[in-house]
Design a protein around this ligand. Sequence first.
Ligand code: SF4
Length: 319
Amino acid sequence: MIALWNLEPKCTNIALEKIHMYYQQRGESVVDYFPLEHHLYDKIYCSSLFDYTDKRQIPDNVICGGTGFDLTTTLPYEIDAMKPKLNMGFTTRGCIRKCPFCVVPEKEGWIRETGDIYDFWDGKSKEIVILDNNILAVKDHFKKICRQIKKEKLLVDFNQGLDHRLLTNDIADMLKSMRRKLYRFSFDSLKDENSVRKAIDILNKYEIKWSMWYVLTGYDTGPTEDLMRLELLKVHKQRAYIQRYQGKTNPFLTELSGWVNKSQLFMKYTFDSFLETRGTKRKVNDFLRSDYANQNKHANTKEYSQAREAGRAITSRGS
Ligand code: SF4
């Protein structure tokens, strides 16, 4: 008997689904792991996607894998070749970039095509989730996948986001023609300001409204830079979502997420007026004054003084 142990049971774990399919096709009994029956299993596979998930209780004889354990373990070829019809999956692996906060370059390497929607679409579902990390980097392949999705009249979710730096008129034209929930992009650093503006212009030109932008925080930015990126998105009527790299207990990021991650609140309030409705004693300027990370990083630079001034002005202005 084979036992499968998903340490984050709310998330679909594709590796475990492949293991399930592999053993089921060989007539094995495959069950969910139950600790009290540990002694009954021939093999136990455990998988985790996140490094912060508690792994202290895992016995020695369990086969572990997934990004939550390490970046090097891979499935044996014959298991990885399984194609469970989960209506979610990858058509490429890897990425062309090497963002320092991201595990994809180390885990998956350079981008390459690995399949298409028929590897994981069950032929019945009306929706499909594409998990590719940077599908726009292989433009012809992206267009092929879009054509398949359109042919099958599916609603698509490019779940991991699209690289705004690779957005062009012809890609936007294709995106406009797709049935979708919303498109996601990321605005990781103020250094990307120009490319973000350009991407928003293209989205507007093709009437692709209210896209969602992941805003990386707690990595190498502080309140000033975070608020400036958010303000740019808000002014251009884009939605935002705070992604915390670190700082789960950081009071600024907690307040910021409470404001930004509910689109209605983000659009309705400035950060200051949001803090007021919450009855929080701190104001935006208190957070800006305690922007130690940025003060250390940019100490005495002209750009930083300008950013602080701009941050104060824009965050206390309604829009
Ligand atoms: S573009 Fe996205 S997937 Fe690629 S390295 Fe950067 S964060 Fe990771």
